[in-house]
Design a protein around this ligand. Structure first.
Ligand SMILES: Cc1cc2nc3c(=O)[nH]c(=O)nc-3n(C[C@H](O)[C@H](O)[C@H](O)COP(=O)(O)OP(=O)(O)OC[C@H]3O[C@@H](n4cnc5c(N)ncnc54)[C@H](O)[C@@H]3O)c2cc1C
Length: 286
């Protein structure tokens, strides 16, 4: 059977992994950290713990439970998922993994920088996906907004297509070295333009003429991964059917990145459905 890759080791990702691996799937989880749950303290409303359980301990036990059943867990950051010859290619900062099916269980985080009128220019020069939209900006000037390795990854994608690319870190110190990409570290206050974006305006009053801006703050969240794949989204969530299947066969989504209550029990339920359905899909297509 082809591999199932699950993005995220929160309650949704771990639950999907448990159901898929016990059904015989080869499961790899890629996750960058403990997600929303690592910000929580004592969990008192989840089944089975008479005195509640610390969120950190719940995360630790979930990961250990999955590993004990044979799930491989890789600590890495996913930058994108692409269509590949043998299914899907999950691209991380460190490697590429071939997958027959993917469960996106990335939680809610969507990193939109607090720049005035950013929403006004979405689709009018402001993009969230270098691989999708870079082509439209050939021969033009673009900036990537972000300061982490995800911003550098988007820069490298754009650099293959466009000559004039700069990373604007919006007042933050870049996580990469100056030799890897040209950087402008000034704080951004707004974008300006008419029917399309024309300028970035900085806090010191200076401006940069621009034809396009690619937002890549923090790491790619569920929304950005969905945009790269062409998944249907609504209100920053991935749209799925009752089987947690997205509009693209073999791509499932579960947990806080899907509409509904943002609670552990619901994430575990979603993961169960997504893991079970991904397993069925792999059996049919492998
Ligand atoms: C402060 C706080 C308190 C809470 N208290 C409770 C409570 O008492 N009871 C309750 O039921 N719920 C509580 N919640 C909500 C609960 O934590 C979430 O509903 C639940 O964790 C969602 O699970 P999830 O698996 O969908 O996402 P998360 O738990 O957010 O997991 C997301 C996973 O995706 C990974 N990820 C994201 N992007 C990438 C990427 N690009 N590459 C690789 N990995 C990636 C993250 O590293 C993480 O592993 C609380 C949340 C917070 C913030």
């Amino acid at each position: 059977m082809k591999k199932l890759v699950i993005i995220g080791q929160g309650p949704a990702g771990i639950s999907a992994a448990l159901y898929a691996v016990r059904g015989g799937a080869d499961v790899t989880i890629v996750a960058k950290d403990g997600g929303a749950l690592q910000k929580a303290d004592l969990i008192q409303n989840y089944y089975g713990f008479e005195k509640g359980i610390s969120a950190k301990e719940l995360i630790r036990q979930g990961i250990a439970q999955a590993e004990n059943l044979g799930v491989k867990i890789i600590s890495d950051e996913v930058c994108g998922v692409e269509f590949g010859a043998d299914g899907y290619l999950v691209k991380t900062l460190k490697s590429e993994i071939v997958a027959g099916a993917v469960v996106i269980a990335c939680g809610t985080s969507r990193n939109i920088p607090p720049i005035k009128n950013i929403g006004e220019f979405e689709g009018k020069g402001v993009s969230y996906c270098a691989i999708c939209d870079g082509f439209f900006f050939r021969g033009k000037k673009v900036a990537v907004i972000g300061s982490g390795n995800y911003a550098l990854n988007e820069y490298n994608v754009l650099k293959n297509i466009i000559d004039d690319v700069i990373i604007c870190t919006n007042g933050e110190t870049p996580a990469f070295s100056a030799s890897q990409a040209p950087v402008d570290e000034k704080k951004i206050v707004s974008f300006q333009g008419d029917e399309i974006i024309r300028k970035i305006v900085f806090a010191d009053g200076s401006e940069r003429e621009i034809d396009g801006v690619f937002i890549a703050c923090g790491s790619a969240g569920a929304f950005e991964l969905a945009k790269k794949l062409g998944l249907e989204t609504a209100n920053n969530k991935i749209v799925t059917d009752e089987k947690r299947a997205t509009n693209i066969p073999g791509i499932f989504a579960a947990g806080d990145c899907v509409t509904g209550l943002q609670q552990i029990a619901k994430a575990v339920y979603d993961g169960m459905i997504a893991g079970t359905e991904a397993l069925k899909y792999l059996k049919q297509t492998s």
